[in-house]
Structures are given as C-alpha cells and as structure tokens.
Ligand binder design. Sequence first.
Ligand code: DC
Length: 216
Amino acid sequence: MNKIIRIAVDGPSGAGKSTIARKVAKKLGIEYVDTGAMYRAVAYKMTSEGIGPEEGERIEAVLKDTVIDFDQGVITVDGTEVESKIRTPEISEAASIYSALPPVRASLVQAQREIGHRKSVIMDGRDIGTNVFPDAQYKFYLTATAEERADRRYKELVERGQEVVYEEILEDIRQRDHNDMTRVLNPLRKAEDAIEVDSTHMSIDEVVDFIYDRVV
Ligand code: DC
C-alpha cells in the first residue's frame, strides 16, 4: 500500500489518546506521533534555558535552533532523549502555557505537517483534525468524563507508589480542559467530521478495535 494515510486523534487530557494511538499504530504498521510530547519538549527546553513565556523574540530564536524529533517513537530534543524529563507535573503546567504561544504553535504545526507528508501516521493532540491535517482521511475525537479521566490518572499514580489526592487531580484536569478549550489559537474542539468516541465505559482494547475497524 503506497497511499499515505493520516489518522487524527484529538481530545482532552487523560482520555487515553496516546495509549490508544500507539496501539492502533502498531496494529496498522504506521508511525505514531505524540504531538503533546512535542509541546512538552518545547516547554522543557524553554524552562531549562530560563526563557519565560513573555519573551517572544527569544522564544522564536531558540525555536529556530531547536530540533524536536522522534527516534523510534521516543521524543528527542537536539538529539537527546527527554522522555522522562517531560512527564513531570511542572512540565505539564508549563506545556499548557507555552503551547498557547503563536510562535510555538507555528513551529510545531509545521514540523507535524512535514512528518505527516512523508509517511502514514496516526497523530494525537488537540488540533490535529481541525488544524494540522484538516484533510486527514480519518478523524476521531476521544473523550471521557472528567471524573473518569481523574479516576484513571489517580489509579495510575497510586500504582506507581505516589501519594495523591483525587480531588486535586480532578481539579487539575478541569483546569487543563479549560486552558485547552478556551485558548485563542487552535483550541481543543471536535472537528465537524470527526467520529466521537466516549471511552468512559470502554476498555482500552475496545477503543483500539473501534478505531482499527473503521480504518481497515
Ligand atoms: O497531551 P499532553 O498532555 O501531553 O499535551 C501537553 C500540552 O500540550 C497540553 O497542555 C495541550 C498542549 N497540546 C496542544 O496544544 N496541541 C496539541 N496538538 C497537543 C498538545
């Protein structure tokens, strides 16, 4: 099959997009691109260089000199793997701030389009079906209630031995939903032609099969 296919998976934080997209990519033998990781990588680079979100010109200059890529599915910044560094609460918060900035979005959207022009991809994020690839052949909007998403996150963290408070996780999810849905530039919303999948009462494999069955 030589035809390039593009699958967009958008939705709020904690809906299971990356777990599901990764599994669908494996079943289809295509590339998975985690665009949230790219925004996290930018937030990581800016904060480690001490560049604040108000420093537009410095941000643009640094973006021009920064290479964000994936090496066998693992995110790299300037050739160095940063996976564990970008999955902290601090970077989650910073990513939601830096991802609203026009130069950051322009640079990452361009990089995402370049990847999707070269090969078949399943890309997850907030604005893939609405902005990055409005012409994607397949679009899914993956949701679950905020309570269910907080519950999943809570269980995941408890399993890792962390002490966490459910109400705080729920509040954090609500805050991130608000930031992502109300920002001026490319806010999170369902593309008109996206298939909505409410995973509140579905298992991971049920969602994977649902998407896979519509694509093959
Ligand atoms: O999916 P995530 O939590 O790793 O995303 C990190 C941040 O990046 C989150 O605040 C939303 C933002 N983001 C975005 O604005 N556009 C995307 N396509 C993907 C993520």
